[in-house]
Design a protein around this ligand. Structure first.
Ligand SMILES: Nc1ncnc2c1ncn2[C@@H]1O[C@H](COP(=O)(O)OP(=O)(O)OP(=O)(O)O)[C@@H](O)[C@H]1O
Length: 539
């Protein structure tokens, strides 16, 4: 019989003929079997409760039962303590079936779902786009053994599409009926998310399409977006990623928009359809990037080590070592535009990042002209400031509305909008999902080989930004012009995908994508303790 008071509610029933009691007490769900504690969990791990006549099924994510014990327990102390992340990694799908008295059970199911979904609605309509080949077939495997069973148990209405090759996810996102779904889940790597974002962004109903919440389920080798959302320590916990699809709340994730000469685009490899005209009538292609752009070592290792995918994300560390030892300079002109809010002060950046971990911007109006470019396209001429960028310049001396060239020889330039680009590299520790700025990290080519190699030891913690010869800044736009477009084995990577090795311009777009995350934090901002505050980024 169900008994209710303000804090607790209980339902009595039977499990395989033995008496069982289910309780909801505040934020905790418990099940007792013959007076013994059987299940104890934060109620937010309950996925669904369904009643068919007298048969009640409760589905949840729970730790596996220990050998010699049938108990699945996460106490309040464990959930609130420092081992929470470890516990989360053990979660698996678990369902219990009980015999209950129907009238009491209905009220209990109601209360359980309300407690399990305090901010969202259960039984979401989910379209799953899966790259079955991502992570060398890992995508298909995870789709079948984790994603489908968990979403099914959570009562989600699922439409599953397995992509058959490049651009398939792009085309599906261009044509799907966005009002038919509550979430678009991307099973694959960052490349799949990149296609989806660009498919949605190139639609005529772009304002509505970009409000369809996206959730990554990591099956590639980098998975920067997923790691940035859930923390590196959670690794690639697919059950957690599914929980985000089922219960995550939306937030604004700003995009960067890229322009390249349309003649530089290979239509087969890069089939994106948005086009625009420069002031002199020449045509450019425009597309969006949610994570990063790179040239020099960082792009060479991202694209050049693709044949090493079988070693997982270790390829990024080994690749960096190999390319650092090769020590080839990045032959490109790099021009940045700081705008009103750009900064080179690590102190300012850190403040912004701290604020990001406290404030989650759930929604904002979509721009009226979504693809408009504030700083023109890559085909428009720019006027360079007569004073080049100097790493010793404080914020007050930056020329804010003129393009400044980085004068030093560089080994790489990496720009981005998420902290992690892979588990082993927190490239942009002070990034912020909605600060209207692009983070830029550039490494001086003159740094000693020893220092370059040593940087691999702390890329994971983000401390490379304090290394000698590393310039970290926030800008509103940048232009990168490779000096020799025909150079062999040189790459530009956009969101980890190979882009044409040709000039590109990136600016912070007013268009944003809607991402789901589980906490009130958009991502797990690092608690970096800098050696010194408010020093120029180079030192
Ligand atoms: N069925 C498929 N076969 C081969 N390639 C595909 C298929 N479906 C999609 N692709 C292409 O694979 C590219 C990379 O996909 P994705 O990023 O999802 O996986 P990954 O490359 O293994 O992961 P990561 O980028 O994190 O290393 C996508 O941009 C897409 O063009």
């Amino acid at each position: 019989m169900a008994s209710a008071n303000a804090a607790a509610m209980a339902l009595h029933g039977a499990y395989r003929g033995k008496p069982a009691v289910l309780t909801i007490d505040g934020s905790e769900f418990c099940a007792h079997l013959k007076d013994q504690l059987w299940v104890q969990l934060p109620v937010k791990l309950v996925l669904d409760a369904t009643l068919h006549g007298n048969a009640l099924t409760v589905s949840m994510l729970a730790p596996p039962s220990r050998r010699m014990s049938y108990q699945r327990i996460i106490s309040r102390e464990q959930w609130g303590g420092r081992h929470k992340q470890k516990i989360m990694q053990t979660l698996r799908l678990f369902s219990m079936n009980l015999e209950v008295a129907a009238p009491d059970a209905e009220a209990f199911v109601d209360a359980l779902l309300k407690a399990a979904y305090p901010r969202t609605t259960p039984h979401r309509r989910v379209i799953v786009l899966c790259n079955p080949q991502s992570g060398q077939g890992h995508g298909k495997h995870m789709l079948d053994i984790v994603v489908k069973p968990v979403l099914k148990r959570a009562g989600c209405a699922m439409t599953v599409i397995e992509t058959d090759g490049p651009a398939h996810a792009y085309r599906v996102s261009q044509t799907l009926k966005v009002t038919d779904y509550d979430v678009l889940a991307c099973v694959g790597g960052d490349g799949t998310v990149h296609e989806v974002v660009n498919g949605l962004a190139s639609r005529s109903d772009v304002e509505q399409a970009m409000q369809l919440p996206l959730a990554p389920i990591p099956c590639g080798s980098g998975n920067g977006l997923y790691i940035s959302l859930h923390g590196a320590e959670n690794g690639f916990v697919h059950y957690l990623a599914c929980l985000n699809v089922i219960k995550g709340t939306p937030h604004v994730h700003e995009l960067m928009t890229i322009t390249q000469d349309v003649h530089d685009m290979d239509a087969n490899a890069w089939p994106y359809t948005l086009r625009g005209q420069a002031a002199d009538g020449r045509e450019y292609a425009q597309y969006y990037s949610f994570m990063s752009q790179a040239i020099g070592i960082m792009a060479d290792l991202d694209i050049g080590t693709e044949p090493w995918r079988f070693i997982g994300d270790l390829r990024f560390i080994l690749g960096f070592l190999v390319y650092a030892i090769r020590n080839r300079p990045c032959h490109a002109d790099v021009d940045v535009l700081f705008g009103e809010r750009g900064t080179v002060s690590l102190h300012e950046m850190r403040r912004g990042s701290d604020a990001a971990s406290r404030s989650k911007e759930e929604q904002r109006p979509m721009p009226v002209s979504p693809h408009s470019l504030r700083y023109g396209s890559v085909l428009d001429p720019i006027t360079l400031a007569t004073t080049p960028y100097d790493p010793a310049m404080p914020d007050a001396e930056l020329l804010r509305n003129e393009w400044m060239r980085l004068p030093m020889p560089l080994s790489f330039v990496y720009t981005g909008k998420v902290p992690y680009v892979a588990r082993s590299l927190m490239a942009f520790p002070y990034t912020h999902p909605h600060d209207g700025l692009i983070d830029v990290v550039a490494q001086d080519q003159r740094v000693t080989l020893f220092n370059k190699i040593a940087a691999t030891s702390h890329g994971e913690s983000g401390r490379h930004i304090y290394d000698q010869g590393v310039h970290y800044m926030k800008v509103q736009a940048l232009r990168i012009t490779p000096r020799n477009k025909l150079a062999r084995h040189r790459y530009i990577s956009i969101d980890g995908e190979k882009a044409p090795y040709a000039p590109f311009q990136a600016e912070l777009s007013e268009l944003y994508m809607t991402l789901l995350s589980l906490d009130d934090e958009e991502w797990h901002a690092p608690s970096l303790r800098p050696p010194m505050l408010d020093v120029p980024a180079a030192h």
